[in-house]
Design a protein around this ligand. Sequence first.
Ligand SMILES: [Zn+2]
Length: 312
Amino acid sequence: MLAPQDPDNRLDRSNTPVNCLFCRHPKPDYWFSKRSKHNGRPYPLFTCSNCGGAFVFPVPSEQELHEFYSGTQSALEVGLRDSDPLHQYDQAIQEEVEFPNSTVDAKRIAENLKRLAPGMKALDVGSGYGFFSKALMEAGFSVDAIELGEASRKIHARMTGFEPKAEPFNADFARRNAGLYDAVLLSQVLEHLPMDADPIRSLNVLLRKGGICAIAIPHFRSFLSILQGKNDMFIVPPEHVNFFTVKGLNAAFASRGFQTMKCETVSKFDYRKFKKKFGPLSPMPSLALKGFLGVSSLMDKGMFVNGYFRKL
Ligand SMILES: [Zn+2]
């Protein structure tokens, strides 16, 4: 499926990463190139034989990603067709009522953070609609939030009473806020961040000593991910550029001054939404899916990884 011509020379096979972006194991292998539905460009993916993770390489530039997220193309914002923030808020709440996804997740993560963190000042990075900020506030945290999507910020303001700052998460932001936080949360964010800018190092800078970083990401090599292979629904560059296994996530944090406190996989699946976006998942009958995903989580092959890492 590669284009015969590639104006950017992004498919040059000599343009290969030296080490795995997560565990730093040498010589990742070229896997395949995934063409973006948004901009039509092919994005080469590499896999690591040590941690089993995969990533887009070359890593898209911060500028390219900033433009992408400041626009209305990201998955979260594409669903928000209506331009009236009140309507958008109602829509987000209605979806949550129909399939209580974020609220259940957010409550569990906020409680774990409260148990593990040395204090009550928290940062919600890429805060989306605000389900997680709200849960952190309800757990007693004083919460700051940053979010690039304008519609998301408006919904967040309605849900929590405060609007997140429109700031990108990068080394500059970390320097300006060094050591401020007891807890930093990234829910469905780390898979988006360019690893060559070393976002995990930035997380370390933001936290005070003993502070906790909570991560929720799609689980690359969950049973569902293995079943879907190259059609893994989370392989959507340039929106997603990192595909972590549990081993890769642990290695990435260990090599950047963190100790793993807890790492588990969970499954949640809105089949209606999935079918609307990707079509029916054959040969898996939808009825069998729930049981399958339950068993997957028990065997640590669930769809999402929730990790908690302490700054040493
Ligand atoms: Zn690796």
